[in-house]
Design a protein around this ligand. Structure first.
Ligand code: NAP
Length: 243
């Protein structure tokens, strides 16, 4: 049975990925940081689908906690075959108002967290000469968003990391890709007004906002053998808002 570890899986896109992998027969490690109750509820839901599931608390921006998380997952489910780097936070505001701490927290979570988790996962994947990593980027990492400079920089970093690492670990039989979501209805969009959301919907050629399940479907595909000749790619799942 393959083991998938999804970071930030207590809510939103990560939770949808956890359910989608469980439906495909994977054993699922659900990382969370603050939402313990939601993570435990998801474990119960996944076990009811017949898969093994395990909730593990770690701040992905802390390399020591990431190391402990991988050790806990190895003990509980076995080594990680598929890693989904999904945990992320956003910050909206003028760059000139951004504090050192806000910048650092965002880069630690969205970019360094991806690096720390890739580093741990690759130890086992290189030994196994197989594995898949899917990083959740953002359309703002491709084109930049006004008033989201730190977020855009972190996500552009995730895309660069994905491409470089694909070249580095391809010879070890490991595929690494990014999914770049457009506007997806989760808690992360809570600050947007109805007018903002209507405008974004209108800007989207498919005239819709995305769901967490739309992203989960793409992630499961990229982790599967159907995508075994795809690596280093950034798959936009965005209704056409960025082409
Ligand atoms: P969300 O609903 O706000 O969920 C964020 C998840 O990340 C939660 O499970 C949260 O866990 C976890 N998380 C936050 N900080 C963490 C940390 N330091 N360590 C571990 N986990 C942490 O957001 P979402 O919309 O599902 O976003 C998921 C990913 O998609 C993010 O990387 C985001 O940037 C990206 N994305 C989202 C959109 C969108 O429109 N929604 C668009 C483009 C990209 P706890 O609650 O347990 O702390």
């Amino acid at each position: 049975m393959s083991v998938v570890l999804i970071t930030g899986a207590s809510r939103g896109i990560g939770a949808a990925c956890a359910l989608a992998f469980a439906r495909e027969g994977y054993d699922v490690a659900i990382n969370y940081c603050r939402s313990e109750e939601k993570a435990n509820q998801l474990v119960t839901e996944i076990k009811a689908l017949g898969a093994r599931a395990f909730a593990v608390c770690a701040d992905v921006g802390d390399s020591a906690q990431v190391k402990e998380m991988f050790e806990a997952v190895r003990r509980e489910l076995g080594s990680v075959d598929v890693l989904v780097n999904n945990a992320g936070i956003a910050h909206t505001g003028l760059l000139t108002d951004l504090t050192d701490d806000e910048w650092k927290r965002l880069i630690d979570t969205d970019l360094s967290g991806t690096f720390y988790c890739c580093r741990e996962a690759l130890k086992d994947m290189i030994l196994a000469h197989s594995g898949a990593i899917v990083n959740i980027a953002s359309m703002w990492g491709e084109v930049g968003a006004s008033c989201e400079a730190a977020y855009s920089a972190a996500k552009a970093g995730v895309i660069g990391l994905t491409k470089a690492l694909a070249k580095e670990v391809g010879p070890s039989g490991i595929c690494i890709n990014a999914v770049s979501p457009g506007v997806i209805m989760t808690d992360m969009m809570a600050e947007y007004t109805d007018d903002d959301l209507a405008a974004l919907k209108e800007e989207t050629p498919l005239n819709a906002l995305g769901t967490p399940g739309d992203i989960a479907d793409a992630v499961v595909f990229l982790a599967s053998t159907k995508a075994k000749f795809i690596t280093g790619q950034v798959l936009g799942v965005n209704g056409g808002i960025v082409i």
